[in-house]
Design a protein around this ligand. Structure first.
Ligand SMILES: NC(=O)c1ccc[n+]([C@@H]2O[C@H](COP(=O)([O-])OP(=O)(O)OC[C@H]3O[C@@H](n4cnc5c(N)ncnc54)[C@H](O)[C@@H]3O)[C@@H](O)[C@H]2O)c1
Length: 376
């Protein structure tokens, strides 16, 4: 298969996730990066392009210029990855969608609900493919858990617990010029959610993906522990599901000692399972009245879901991310099976509703709010 042509907005020198997207796109050989508007600063954008081997005529001053010029080329990019701070997701995505160029956007969907509504309208009216990189869905054992729950291995689901704990915002590093912290703690760039938008949306998405259930109501307690910080850096959220299940999400960016502690536990009437992102090649599975088992990626008793190498050779974050890129490439080439599992607009809208409702519930001292009656 000839590699597809990838463009990128953001991800220039000094950025975090753009480099991860590039590694993920390269892993299975389905993509070649050939164009970009890599920074808000044109000089830095062009310096980044040079370093990445992107030709000068495909290195752009701005995403507006890039969308307009790429749209006119016979050898235009096949998709663009948007890896800017949140407030630019909508304007950048809309520019490319209107130009007929598929978009691979990082989470959360947008900074505001209004932006989300506008973006959703454009996705629907143009019909241009739109993907959202909730990359944790790409882990083989997460897919295994999803299949086990769908097959009924756990029985009726009772309790769903997810947590995503980090410690990198335990101090006010945003005031010391730490770039990633600065925009994440600025409501104008991040949106109404701090930790709940940045990592809570991943936890919510993982719950939806693994259990097939979406919460119908929540009660939230958002907190900013670091003095002067305008957005939450810790949150406890209780969840109710229409099925009768109950759940909870804890997100924190001030949990000292936690690095990228994303974990999900699901308990049904017959069995329970547990998976943690920092130990992603094994999953605990306990059937009532039987000894606990540890399932391993590609090991005995598991399916060959999105794995590349035999059991015992650790796979991790980059491989899971790469699975999304591979499936996006396959889906753009008409493979509907690959398209089935890739997060998209609906996941993004669910994340935005979650953020809005967490803020609303907290403002009412944790009052329960329904998730189904929002503008989205
Ligand atoms: N999927 C994940 O696990 C994950 C992890 C980290 C970040 N993210 C998301 O990725 C996005 C970027 O996060 P980050 O940590 O890489 O941020 P970052 O600050 O490290 O990088 C942002 C990049 O966007 C560029 N940029 C800003 N304005 C621009 C413009 N007008 N045109 C072009 N480029 C512009 C910056 O120059 C920089 O290169 C955020 O939306 C974040 O939520 C997702």
């Amino acid at each position: 298969m000839t590699p597809l042509k990838l463009g990128m907005v953001g991800g220039g020198q000094g950025a975090f996730i753009g480099g991860v997207h590039r590694m993920a796109a390269r892993l299975d050989g389905h993509w070649t990066l050939i164009a970009g508007a890599f920074s808000s600063d044109p000089a830095r954008a062009h310096a980044s392009a040079k370093q990445l081997g992107v030709a000068p005529d495909r290195s752009y001053d701005s995403f507006e210029q890039m969308a307009a010029q790429e749209a006119t080329r016979d050898d235009r990019i096949d998709a663009v990855s948007i890896v800017t701070p949140n407030h630019l997701h909508a304007p950048a995505a809309i520019a490319f969608l209107k130009a007929g160029i598929p978009v691979i956007c990082d989470k959360p969907l947008t900074a505001t609900e209004d932006q989300a509504i506008e973006l959703a309208k454009v996705v629907r009216s143009t019909g241009t493919p739109f993907f959202l990189t909730h990359n944790y869905t790409g882990y083989p054992l997460i897919r295994e858990a999803r299949e086990m729950i769908a097959r009924g291995d756990l029985g009726q689901i009772r309790v769903i617990q997810a947590e995503y704990a980090q410690d990198w915002l335990a101090e006010a590093i945003e005031t010391d010029g730490q770039k990633q912290a600065a925009w994440r703690t600025d409501p104008a760039k991040s949106g109404a959610g701090g930790a709940i938008g940045d990592i809570g949306t991943h936890a919510l998405n993982l719950i939806n993906f693994v259990t097939g259930e979406a919460p119908s109501a929540l009660s939230a307690d958002l907190q900013s522990f670091v003095s002067g910080r305008k957005l939450d850096d810790n949150a406890h959220i209780m969840l109710r599901f229409d099925s009768g299940a109950r759940g909870m999400i804890w997100v924190s960016q001030v949990a000292v000692g936690c690095e990228n502690g994303l974990r999900i536990r699901v308990f049904g009437e017959k069995a329970g399972l547990e998976w943690a992102q920092e130990d992603p090649n094994r999953m605990k599975f306990s059937e009532l009245g039987r000894p606990t088992r540890w399932l391993t990626r590609a090991g005995a008793g598991t399916g060959a879901l999105a794995t590349r190498i035999p059991a015992g050779h650790p796979e991790g974050y980059l491989e899971a991310f790469a699975t999304l890129y591979t499936e996006i490439a396959q889906s753009l080439q008409g493979d509907q099976t690959a398209a089935r599992l890739i997060p998209g607009l609906q996941d993004g809208l669910a994340g935005m509703t979650f953020i809005t409702k967490c803020v609303r519930s907290t403002a009412k001292d944790g009052q329960w709010v329904n998730l189904g009656d929002g503008a989205l």
